[in-house]
Each structure stands twice: as structure tokens, then as C-alpha cells.
Design a protein around this ligand. Structure first.
Ligand SMILES: CC(C)(COP(=O)(O)OP(=O)(O)OC[C@H]1O[C@@H](n2cnc3c(N)ncnc32)[C@H](O)[C@@H]1OP(=O)(O)O)[C@@H](O)C(=O)NCCC(=O)NCCS
Length: 175
């Protein structure tokens, strides 16, 4: 029995940890599909991703490269400068791989990038009914600090504002 398990281990994929890197134009179709799965009709159009330089947003993807060399996009995060702060423009993980720490890894890297770039905090807007995201961000040190009226269009309602304070001394402590 152990021999069978050992043989299966040889075939099992032990490299499932995704690689994080900046989004390229080749990723856009996959990100748009992932976005649609996560946000439905509120998903961003392809054009938004293709014109990301004009928009001024750094997009980071989590990619899983298989042993056959093929890759699957598991998630992405967009982070944008907002004066002395940064904002999480969007974050989503593919449905079938949620709850495996991929969102945490993407958010952790986004926070680290913002901190290293000298931002004072990272802010975001989230729908008040999105209890999963609020729980997720709360676990990562984000606290509610207000709301924005009519954020989600005419009938979409207000957004809850959440903030994660960054501490520059955290960077210094690493060196
Ligand atoms: C929010 C989202 C990005 C989380 O990604 P994820 O990879 O599943 O998150 P993680 O596995 O890193 O979860 C970290 C923690 O967040 C919380 N969390 C995540 N999913 C949760 C759920 N369904 N219910 C309750 N808590 C949840 C838990 O505290 C979890 O820790 P645990 O698994 O040890 O209990 C993902 O659910 C998603 O893509 N949702 C749709 C898009 C969205 O709402 N984006 C945010 C709005 S901008």
C-alpha cells in the first residue's frame, strides 16, 4: 500500500504553489474570464487591462505553471498609487482554488510593494454585502474607516472603505 502511495506521489503535482509576476498582454483574456467569474456584470472590460499604463495600475497575477509547460491563471491583484497612499483596485481568485491562501499571497505581495514604494497606507473599497472579502481583508489588518456613497453606480449603493496602515520601520527592520 505504501508503495502504491509512493508511486502516486511521483505522479502527484508537488509544485502547485503559484508564481507571482506582473501581468502582460498575454494574460488579459484569462484575467477578464476570471474577473467575470468573480464579479459577473460588474467585471472590467478587456480594454481596462490593455490600457493599464494610462490607468496607472500595477497588476500582479498568480500563475500556476504545469509540468507540461502550460499555465493557468489562479488570481490577480491590482494596486494603484493614490497620493501618499496606495489603493487595491481589484483582487480575485479563481473559484475552484479559493481558500488555499492564494488571495493572501497576492495581497501580501501588494502590501509589501506599497510599503517598499513608501506608501503610508493601503486603502480599498468593498461592497458592504461582500462579507467574505470583508473577513479576508480584516484578517490582513484592514479596518473600516468610512464609506463612499453611490460607489457602485446608480443602484449599486455605497462602498465600505477599509485601510491598512503601513509602517516604514518594517522595511528598515529587514535590513
Ligand atoms: C476574497 C478572495 C480574494 C479571497 O481569496 P482566497 O484565496 O480564497 O483567500 P485565502 O485562502 O487567502 O483566505 C484567507 C482568509 O480569508 C478569510 N476567508 C477567505 N475566504 C473566506 C470565506 N469564503 N468565508 C469566510 N472567510 C474567508 C479566512 O479568514 C481565510 O483564512 P482561513 O482559510 O485560514 O480561515 C476570494 O474569495 C475572491 O476572489 N472573491 C471574489 C472576488 C472578491 O470579492 N474580491 C474582493 C473584492 S475587491
Amino acid at each position: 500500500m505504501v508503495a502504491e502511495l509512493r508511486a502516486a506521489l511521483l505522479d502527484a503535482d508537488l509544485s502547485a504553489r503559484p508564481t507571482l509576476r506582473e501581468l502582460t498582454d498575454d494574460d488579459v483574456a484569462a484575467v477578464v474570464a476570471l474577473d467575470r467569474e468573480a464579479f459577473g456584470d460588474d467585471a472590467w472590460a478587456e480594454e481596462v487591462y490593455l490600457r493599464r499604463e494610462d490607468w496607472g495600475c500595477l497588476l500582479i497575477v498568480a500563475e500556476r505553471v504545469g509540468r507540461d509547460g502550460g499555465s493557468v491563471l489562479w488570481g490577480y491583484v491590482g494596486i494603484e498609487p493614490r497620493g501618499e497612499r496606495c489603493g487595491v483596485a481589484s483582487l480575485a481568485v479563481a473559484k475552484d482554488v479559493r481558500r488555499h491562501g492564494i488571495g493572501s499571497r497576492l495581497l501580501g505581495v501588494a502590501l509589501d510593494v506599497a510599503r517598499r514604494a513608501g506608501a503610508a497606507s493601503v486603502d480599498l473599497e468593498v461592497h458592504p454585502s461582500n462579507s467574505v472579502a470583508i473577513e479576508f481583508y480584516g484578517k490582513h489588518g484592514f479596518e473600516p474607516f468610512g464609506s463612499v456613497a453611490d460607489y457602485y453606480g446608480v443602484d449599486g449603493g455605497s462602498a465600505l472603505l477599509m485601510r491598512h496602515e503601513l509602517h516604514r520601520m518594517d522595511v528598515a527592520a529587514e535590513h
